[in-house]
Design a protein around this ligand. Structure first.
Ligand SMILES: [Zn+2]
Length: 199
């Protein structure tokens, strides 16, 4: 049994475990409090695993190749961050490294740590703590911003040189959507419920 405050009228409602595809509504104003997400655990795990594969591809294949006057220059995902360091923009390089590489990786690993044992109904020892960290990390994953930055740079550089997007940039773009999908599939109420309300 969960307690949820209504977003519309602030009334605190008691919510029993929801059946598949059901939604809980506020008893006073009828506002939707909670919607059951079918196969939430399986879909979250599948999308996160896909995310890990895409992450590995994004880290190991060429990001972009640039051709100008017969000279081809190939860059990798980490080249941009390394170049920022070299140009003495250390805080910016650190920020990009944290928000675009470390946070997404930590989120995916944390989510797998929480969800895989949960699927077998035997939560891992630090599930509650790891899940809370995952939820706090969410606003710090800024891969979308990085992706937009890349697209803008592509359009601008496209006038000066021939730009060929590498496998890495495609994987990186897909990763943004896959991670958003994993977050949408995730049902935090279900996680806390399976943990026996140890929130
Ligand atoms: Zn209400």
């Amino acid at each position: 049994m969960n307690l949820i405050a209504c977003h519309e009228c602030d009334l605190v409602n008691r919510i029993p475990p929801l059946p598949r595809r059901a939604a809980a509504r506020c008893v006073r104003c009828g506002g939707v409090l909670l919607r059951a997400k079918p196969d939430s655990v399986d879909r979250t795990i599948a999308l996160t695993l896909a995310g890990i594969v895409l992450f590995l591809v994004a880290c190991s294949f060429p990001f972009l190749s640039m051709e100008n006057a017969g000279i081809v220059q190939e860059t990798a995902l980490f080249t941009g961050i390394y170049n920022l360091y070299k140009q003495k923009m250390v805080p910016l390089a650190t920020l990009v490294l944290i928000t675009c590489v470390l946070v997404p990786l930590a989120q995916m690993l944390g989510l797998l740590y929480v969800m895989i044992p949960l699927k077998r109904n035997r939560p891992a020892r630090h599930t509650a703590r790891v899940f809370r960290i995952y939820l706090h990390l969410k606003p710090w994953g800024l891969m979308e911003v990085y992706l937009i930055g890349i697209l803008v740079a592509l359009v601008k550089l496209g006038k000066m040189a021939t730009i060929v997007p590498g496998l890495s940039v495609i994987a990186f773009g897909l990763l943004v959507f896959v991670l958003a999908g994993a977050y949408t599939a995730l049902d935090p109420h279900l996680v806390w419920e399976r943990l026996g309300g140890k929130s």
